[in-house]
Design a protein around this ligand. Structure first.
Ligand code: XIL
Length: 326
């Protein structure tokens, strides 16, 4: 491998982060942190289906417009997440039983949204989290979602084709989690990811990159060899790799301790070493910038209820040790 140049030695890859629309106005220091430290600023939620189109009649583009304009005005790039995600399918869509009507709504949504941001976003997560959470245990490769039940596995090629049609230049990404760790469960998820990509390519459908979410855990072992192998296999398929949602979930370190910071820095260092083994990933994006605000506190809070510290800057907006590894 070529080794990994330190961030200080010339920023080997672009770094970005996801910003929350609802916090931008109320917390100017939060907003400024993105300007000061990011090459890319992306909407965390504003481009998800349910927020863009909460009802059939209502389109709500203002939040995403505002973030994308903010990014571009400050000389940053931006990217879109996500056209298809089980966690953002609006109720009015889930009420559609007819496959042909569902396909029409999906394709129209993707075309309209992709077209609106054409030339402004460098990439789109076309599908997010389509792999079954635990494929071996569940005996299925794809997650059981509204789109799978209504359209079958073809919802994936449909979404990729629609995005490519609407913006032939935007990078098309398949995004997922739990692609980083050691064990048969995670091996299976990586295998499924590669097979989805091969199926798209066999059907002559463009796919440009895999987004590894990069939600890392103090309790899960990063499989350096498997990541290196996975990256090489993607390379052979002509598919790039980027990290899209990096953060650290740590339930066990003493809260707020130096050892908690060291655990996070070790994890990130190990992860980046694996990703950089043969060639750099395309970009590294964290899922927020400061511990002031994170989804981890809502979705995976510590059992002792201490505030989670998942992100590269602390609550006082000071960089933590792991930021220096990027
Ligand atoms: C999360 C956001 O961080 C929350 O603010 C929102 O309420 C729900 O979605 N995997 C993903 C992201 O792909 O889109 C999720 O983001 C976190 C898990």
């Amino acid at each position: 491998g070529t080794g990994r140049p330190a961030r200080a030695a010339g920023k080997p890859v672009p770094f970005g982060s996801a910003i929350q629309f609802n916090l931008m106005d109320g917390d100017p220091a939060y907003r400024q942190l993105f300007v000061d430290h990011c090459d890319l600023i992306m909407p965390m939620n504003a481009l998800k289906f349910d927020l863009l189109r909460p009802t059939r009649e209502v389109w709500n583009f203002a939040p995403a417009d505002k973030i994308v304009d903010f990014a571009l005005r400050h000389g940053k790039t931006s990217r879109g997440t996500c056209h298809i995600w089980w966690g953002a399918t609006p109720a009015w869509v889930k009420a559609i039983d007819s496959p042909s009507e569902a396909e029409k709504v999906l394709v129209e949504h993707i075309e309209r949204v992709t077209d609106r941001y054409k030339g402004k976003l460098i990439s789109w997560d076309v599908v997010n989290e389509v792999i079954a959470n635990d494929p071996i245990y569940e005996k299925r490769s794809l997650r059981d979602t509204y789109w799978l039940r209504t359209l079958g596995p073809r919802h994936i090629p449909i979404a990729f084709k629609a995005t490519a049609r609407a913006d032939p230049d935007v990078e098309l990404v398949i995004n997922d989690y739990d692609l980083e760790f050691q064990g048969p469960h995670y091996d299976e998820r990586r295998t499924i990811m590669l097979s989805i990509i091969r199926q798209l390519q066999d059907a002559n459908i463009r796919i440009d990159a895999v987004g590894m979410q990069g939600h890392l855990y103090a309790s899960k072992v990063i499989d350096v060899d498997a990541i290196e192998r996975f990256h090489r296999e993607l390379d052979q398929l002509g598919v790039k790799l980027l990290v899209t949602e990096l953060d650290i979930i740590d339930w066990q370190s003493p809260p707020g301790s130096a050892s908690q910071d060291a655990t996070a820095a070790d994890l990130v260092s190990r992860y980046l070493d694996a990703l950089f083994a043969d060639k750099p990933p395309e970009m590294v994006i964290s899922w927020g910038l400061t511990d002031r605000y994170s989804w981890i506190n809502d979705v995976m809070p510590r059992p002792d209820k201490a505030p989670s510290r998942p992100l590269p800057f602390n609550r006082n907006l000071q960089p933590k040790p792991w930021f220096k590894m990027l």
